[in-house]
Design a protein around this ligand. Structure first.
Ligand SMILES: [Zn+2]
Length: 439
């Protein structure tokens, strides 16, 4: 500090950035000294020499012990009473519990910062914002630990709520006016460490699985349509939930979220997904009576794939074939489309049995989903027919953070970060943090 002022006198210039950074460092130092002072505890009074031990016996005050930990103003030292249990010989410092630093090397304030940056960007590059923004030097491992620990705690809290919902102990959601509520589901592949993929067949036949599917769900509401009758999503109404888990488990997760958002009060209930069977199984089980819609763009993609099978080397023919097919789909004439596809399959049965089989499968897909492809009717009612919201979530909640090259996750780590990111996106992190600190 003195050097800065001396330089200013000598050169007449002020390098604002070095000055402000130096002042922050000085404030940190002063703050750390003050905090350390505040954290010098006295030996306990004569009537507080014993505390209960977790083994059921009592621990006796032994001595004052020092511990260093990182606070938001830098490293500080706490000196506090240490108690030892003669029965099980485990020791404890009740003060640590109060401060929220039991077995930890950083304060709750630092861990919150670490979780925020660790949720947003990979752990190693997260050291940089911790240094530049907070003036704290922390190793990547500490950021990883804090983000995953807090994420895991959020995941545990979510699970408790889901388990209660399984027992039909649902929170009371106050009556509200919700014209339309949507539930969307999708899956996104996350690269995992070898041990997590063992025994699972890969998506490409004969290859070891390298990924696991993270199931993601979105809930949002819609009240109005625009001048042309196109639906407009209520702003800030989207929440996401997700995890690598079985469809069964995920069913309860998305059901709990929809319930929390007021599903029972929605006048019109809509489920949108691609063709995946698990999605419609869950829709039938947890959201009976909801309108089911297959994402239009996904259905079109099925047509494009067939076009590519039929005309692998003829782009023009592919496009020509698509025009009437797309028309049938968009008009909701799915029965006709299925008939047409079956005819095409029959034509090729003799010469190209493999192709015929593929087309036959596609015909089955459109037949099974006919009632979910009544697009003109859905549009007339002002419904969304696309699953853009869930695809955006797959990218922005999961993809950008968990699918970067060179990343391999454990299921536990991926689920912790997913829980943390969903919690943040849903605007529930502050709530979570306040409750966790009060507990
Ligand atoms: Zn004990």
């Amino acid at each position: 500090m003195r050097i800065i002022f001396r330089d200013r006198k000598a050169t007449g210039r002020l390098d604002l950035e070095s000055v402000e950074t130096a002042i922050r460092a000085a404030m940190h130092q002063a703050g750390a000294a003050a905090l350390t002072q505040l954290l010098q505890f006295e030996p306990p009074d004569a009537d507080r020499l014993e505390v209960p031990c977790s083994c059921g016996h009592t621990a006796r005050f032994k001595e004052l012990r020092n511990k260093n930990f990182l606070s938001v103003v830098g490293t500080v030292k706490v000196r506090r009473p240490y108690y030892l249990c003669s029965h099980c010989s485990s020791g404890q410092c009740p003060v640590d519990c109060e401060l929220g630093i039991v077995g930890l090397e950083s304060s709750p304030g630092v861990r919150r910062m670490e979780a925020v940056v660790g949720a947003a960007i990979p752990f190693a590059p997260a050291c940089e914002p911790m240094k530049v923004l907070a003036g704290l030097e922390v190793p990547a491992k500490a950021i990883e630990r804090a983000a995953e620990t807090i994420g895991a705690a959020i995941a545990r809290r979510d699970k408790q709520e889901i388990d209660r919902a399984k027992q039909l102990v649902l929170p009371i959601v106050s009556k509200q006016t919700i014209p339309k509520m949507y539930v969307l589901m999708d899956g996104v592949q996350i690269p995992v460490v070898a041990a997590e993929a063992e025994g699972r067949t890969g998506r490409i036949e004969g290859q070891r699985a390298r990924t696991r599917e993270c199931k993601l769900g979105a809930v949002f509401t819609q009240t109005i349509v625009d001048n042309e009758g196109r639906p407009i999503r209520d702003s800030d109404s989207t929440t996401y939930v997700g995890a690598i888990e079985t469809a069964d488990e995920f069913g309860y997760r998305i059901y709990t979220e929809a319930w929390r958002r007021g599903w029972e009060w929605a006048t019109t209930k809509i489920v949108i997904g691609d063709g995946a069977v698990w999605i419609w199984n869950l829709a039938d089980r947890h959201f009976p009576g909801a309108v089911q819609i297959v994402d239009l763009y996904h259905a079109r993609q099925h047509l494009w794939e067939m076009a590519a099978l039929l005309y692998p080397h003829d782009a023009a023919a592919k496009k020509r074939w698509m025009i009437p097919m797309k028309d049938l789909l968009d008009h909701g004439w799915t029965e006709l489309l299925v008939e047409w596809l079956r005819e095409i399959a029959a034509e090729h049965a003799g010469t190209q049995p493999g192709l015929a089989e593929e087309i036959g499968k596609e015909a089955d897909y459109f037949e099974t989903n006919t009632h979910r492809m009544q697009y003109p009717e859905f549009r007339a009612k002002g419904f969304f027919v696309g699953s853009g919201v869930i695809e955006a979530g797959c990218k922005s909640i999961v993809g950008v953070r968990l699918k970067q090259s060179g990343m391999f996750w454990t299921v536990q780590g991926a689920n912790a970060i997913t829980a943390l990111r969903c919690c943040q996106f849903n605007g529930r992190f502050e709530d979570y943090w306040d409750n966790a600190r009060a507990a």
